[in-house]
Each structure stands twice: as C-alpha cells, then as structure tokens.
Design a protein around this ligand. Structure first.
Ligand code: NAD
Length: 506
C-alpha cells in the first residue's frame, strides 16, 4: 500500500528514519493537479527542527552504512531498481497528477532516472581507486574514494523523479546518507521512492525526505551535519544555494536555469529539424531545463523553417496529461501559467512577430486547468525580454543569423550554457560548433542532448555553480573524498635519517 495513496486529500508525512513522520511545523503548501486546478493534497513545510531530526537520523545511519561493503550497497540498489520498474505506472501517474506532463513523458523521465540507479549499482567498480606498484624502492601507492557523510539534495518541480534519482542513488551507493528536499509543488513521488527504497532493504535513516520551501532549504544549508549539497533549480536560487552552502563549508553542485538554442543551418534537413525543434520546444510544455527555447535560423532557411514549425506546433494535441493521445499538458501552477502569458504580452509589446498565440487556449471541461497553447515568435532580437529570460513554458522564439559565426557568437554571449543543438549535413560545421560553443551539453542533429547516466550532466556559465556535474564519474567524485596512501614494506637495511624532501626514488 502506497504511503501517498493513503494520505490523498490529507497532508503528506515526512520520511525520517525509514518511516513516515509527522512534521512539527504546522505550515503547509497546497499541491494542485494542474489539469483540473484542484488542490489534491498538502505538504508540510518543514522547519529547522524537522530538518534537524532528519539530519541527525542520517548522521546516525552513516556509521554502519559506510562500513557496509559496496557490493551489498549495490545489491540493495538493484532491488530498488526492480521496485521502480514494478511501480513504473504508479510513479508515472503521480508525476502526471502533480506536475501535469503526459504519462508517456513521465514514464520516459522515470526511465532516465532508473538508468542512474543502474549506473550507481556498479559502485564496487566505480570506487576502486588507483594503485601503482614501486613508485619508489619498496614503496607502493593507492588511492581510496571515501564517502563524505550526510549529503542533501534540493530538487525542482519539473522532474519530480528523475532529478532526485540523479542524486541520491549515486550518493548512497558511495556510502553516504542522504536528506532529500523535493519541490513543494510535486513531492509525492519522492516520498514514494523513499518508501520503495526501504522496501528494497535500505537501512533506516540512509535516505530521508523532508518537504518544504526556503525555511527547510536554509536549515539544510546551515546545518553543521550536512557535508555536501546538490541543488537543481532556477539560476537565482542556485547561486544563493552555492554561495550560502560554500560559506558554511559544504561541497556544492548547484545546477541552474537555461536558455537553450538550436541552430539550423541552411543545409539541414528541414522536416527533420522542424520536427526535432517542435518536440524539444513544446515537450513537457517547455518545462524542461534542456528544452529548446530559442531557434537560430541561419541564412535562407528562416522563412521555410518558421512555416514548418508553426504548422506542426498548431496541430499539437494539448490537454490533460493522463488523456490518451495528448502530447502536451498544462503548466505546473496558475501563477506560472499567468507569468508565461505575461511574457507573450511583453514579446508582442517589444515588437517580435507573434506567429502562433496560445494565450487564449482552453480545454473544454477543464477551464480551471493551467493550460496555454504552443506559442511561436519570429524576428526576435537579443535585447527582447522573451529572449533574455528563461520563460519555462511552451514559448519558442526564433532569431535570424547570417552565418554560423554569428550564431556561435550569439550563443556564447548568452549568460546561460546548459544545452544547445545544431542541425546540419556538414561535418565540418558541426565539428567547429562543438569545439567553439561555450555550453556544457551539445547535440549534433540531436535536439535534447541529455547525456546517459554513465556520462555526466551539467551546464556551463549561469547554468551551473560548482565544479562537478551530476551522475557519471563526476557524480562519484562529487560524493567521495580521495585519500592517497603511500606504503613502504622493505627488507632493505635502514639508511639513516634523511631531512631532504622525500623523492621516493632514492
Ligand atoms: P526553483 O529554483 O524555484 O526551486 C528549486 C528548489 O529550490 C525547490 O526545492 C524549492 O523549494 C527551492 N527554493 C525555491 N525558492 C527558494 C528560496 N528563495 N530559497 C531557498 N530555496 C528555494 O526552481 P523550480 O521552479 O522548481 O524549477 C524550474 C527551474 O529549474 C528552471 O529554472 C529550470 O531550468 C531549472 N532546472 C535546471 C536543471 C538543470 O539541470 N540545470 C534541471 C531541471 C530544472
């Protein structure tokens, strides 16, 4: 029986020490179904005492967990992976119910999260370290990757399962314990995953979930028991989390927002590029950090490309994410939908050409849902707000450039650097693009270049504060500390004291 089903209509519990736990805080936040506009349950907004209870529990669990052999930790993760598979439909339904995205999209994001669990299940191999024999006479050297202690994860609303799975499976695989603070807008799936992890055999206290907002986040950032913080969310909060947590002596990776450009060169396959751009711009209603939100049409392809995108976007079936045949769901909250609409107003006022207007879109019988239709602007310029800001909705802006050089220059001047893509048939142009572009994840004829779990995910510039990306080996390095051990076992006679800098070779 799922902990979330039993509390439908009520207030979610926290998950501390392997069981449901009521918050001491009486403050709550509404969780809405974006397709109906109805409040479906509430989440407690944890205070410093609630956070402290979770961190203490995680600190206590750390001693035994770090000494648990890595093969045993891996087996628990393998069982957890099987439970995620077995509960795929239930988790996808929870995502759709609280976030709004379609069931197929929700299941796809769960799959990408499961792949991180698969990666983390290889932990005995991943933390092996290095060994070198005879670095000096009778001297060997080896390195250990040791866990940090209690790590915290603070996650955004747009991937309520995948982003938490970027973090805690790798952290706990490496021997850390974890406190997860999911988005207060759609936290139920995190709670359910913690319950499944316990069912998989994860010892109590290794994974804890607290719900909350700034108050809970600040308590985590200030808690002396937290060693490292992984954050994913908008750029202003990422910067705040990075600055506050590093000031408090914590290791931090803070992934921020994005404005991802797709460059379409005149030699590109027009239909293929238009299909790819429409999927990447309007999928998940544009609420993806890797969504393409700006197209740079190079040279003569511009008019045809805009026509093709408009024709395809206008036909997209928009409606409740749990309805068969729907490709695009609502936005997450009424406030966010209204903000996205106001961006469309500003684009019009600043002189961009509105080619497709989704502002008046409604779904019959779901008038209270937070819907907006696909929206397309052409002839957008870099000084316009709709280009400068991350809108995080189904609003695509098209800019024109005369050459690949101009397109690269435009993207490199943008303060974000999460993802980008180029559409071309020219290997030389693609090669130059991947070499010169100042963006962390690059697609060549691939619109959403989200790296697989065994590579690392992360942007550049204002899209990431910190040094290491999530999952892949960078994730392992983030959640471990390296220790290098130099060992001498020799049967040689002692040579007497030496006061010179040891060179080992003597
Ligand atoms: P958000 O920044 O509003 O919230 C993220 C987290 O921070 C939530 O857990 C929230 O409770 C917390 N938070 C919010 N305000 C806070 C404050 N003032 N102080 C402390 N904590 C606070 O982001 P969101 O709206 O949930 O998610 C959308 C954003 O996340 C977009 O900007 C998107 O690009 C970004 N995102 C980035 C990536 C990436 O990999 N770079 C991935 C997914 C989402």
């Amino acid at each position: 029986m799922s902990i979330v089903d039993t509390s439908t209509g009520g207030t979610l519990p926290l998950w501390i020490g392997g069981r449901a736990s009521d918050a001491t805080s009486t403050r709550t936040a509404d969780i809405t179904n974006p397709a109906t506009g109805e409040v479906i349950r509430k989440a407690p907004m944890a205070n410093a005492a609630d956070v402290d209870a979770a961190v203490r529990c995680a600190m206590q669990a750390f001693g035994v967990w770090r000494e648990t052999p890595s093969v045993r930790r891996a087996r628990i993760l393998t069982r957890f992976r099987e439970l995620l598979e077995a509960h795929r439909d239930e988790l996808a339904r929870l995502i759709t119910q609280e976030h709004g995205k379609t069931l197929a999209d929700a299941a796809g994001s769960l799959q990408r999260g499961i792949e991180v669990v698969e990666f983390a299940s290889g932990v005995p191999h991943l933390v092996k370290g290095e060994h070198a024999e005879d670095v000096g006479r009778g001297i060997d050297c080896h390195s250990l990757l040791q866990p940090l202690g209690v790590c915290a994860g603070i996650t955004p609303f747009n991937f309520p399962v995948m982003v938490p799975l970027w973090m805690f499976p790798v952290a706990i695989a490496c021997g850390n314990t974890f406190v997860l603070k999911p988005s207060e807008k759609d936290p139920s799936a995190s709670l359910r995953m913690a319950e499944l992890a316990t069912e998989a055999g994860l010892p109590d206290g290794v994974l804890n979930v607290v719900h909350g907002d700034k108050e809970a986040v600040d308590a985590l950032l200030q808690h002396p028991g937290i060693r490292a913080v992984s954050f994913v969310g908008s750029t202003p909060i990422a910067r705040y989390v990075y600055e506050t947590a590093t000031r408090n002596g914590k290791r931090v990776q803070a992934l921020g927002g994005a404005k991802n450009h797709a460059v379409v060169l005149p030699d590109a396959d027009l239909e293929f590029a238009a299909d790819a751009v429409v999927g990447a711009a309007y999928g998940s209603a544009g609420e993806r950090c890797m969504a393409v939100s700006a197209v740079v049409a190079v040279g003569a392809i511009g008019d045809q490309l805009v026509d093709a995108i408009r024709a395809k976007a206008a036909k997209l079936p928009v409606g409740p994410g749990d309805r068969q045949g729907i490709e695009m769901g609502p936005l997450v909250t009424r406030e966010h939908r209204d903000k996205v609409k106001s961006y469309v107003d500003s684009g019009e006022a600043q002189g961009a050409k509105l080619v497709l207007d989704g502002r008046a879109f409604e779904v019959s019988g779901r008038e209270k849902g937070f819907f907006i239709g696909p929206t397309l602007f052409d002839h957008v310029t870099p000084d316009m707000t709709i280009y400068q800001d991350e809108i995080f909705g189904p609003v695509l802006v098209v800019l024109r450039a005369e050459s690949l050089d101009q397109a690269i220059d435009l993207i490199n001047r943008n303060p974000y650097g999460n993802g980008t893509a180029i559409f071309t048939r020219s290997g030389g142009a693609a090669r130059r693009f991947q070499n010169e572009i100042e963006v962390g994840m690059v697609g060549i004829n691939v619109p959403i270049p989200v790296p697989m779990a065994f590579f690392s995910f992360g942007g550049w510039k204002n899209s990431l504060f910190g040094d290491l990306h999530v999952h892949g080996m960078e994730g392992v390095y983030f959640y471990t500390r390296t220790k290098v051990v130099t060992t001498r076992w020799t049967e040689d006679k002692p040579l007497g004291p030496s006061l010179a800098m040891p060179t080992l070779g003597r």
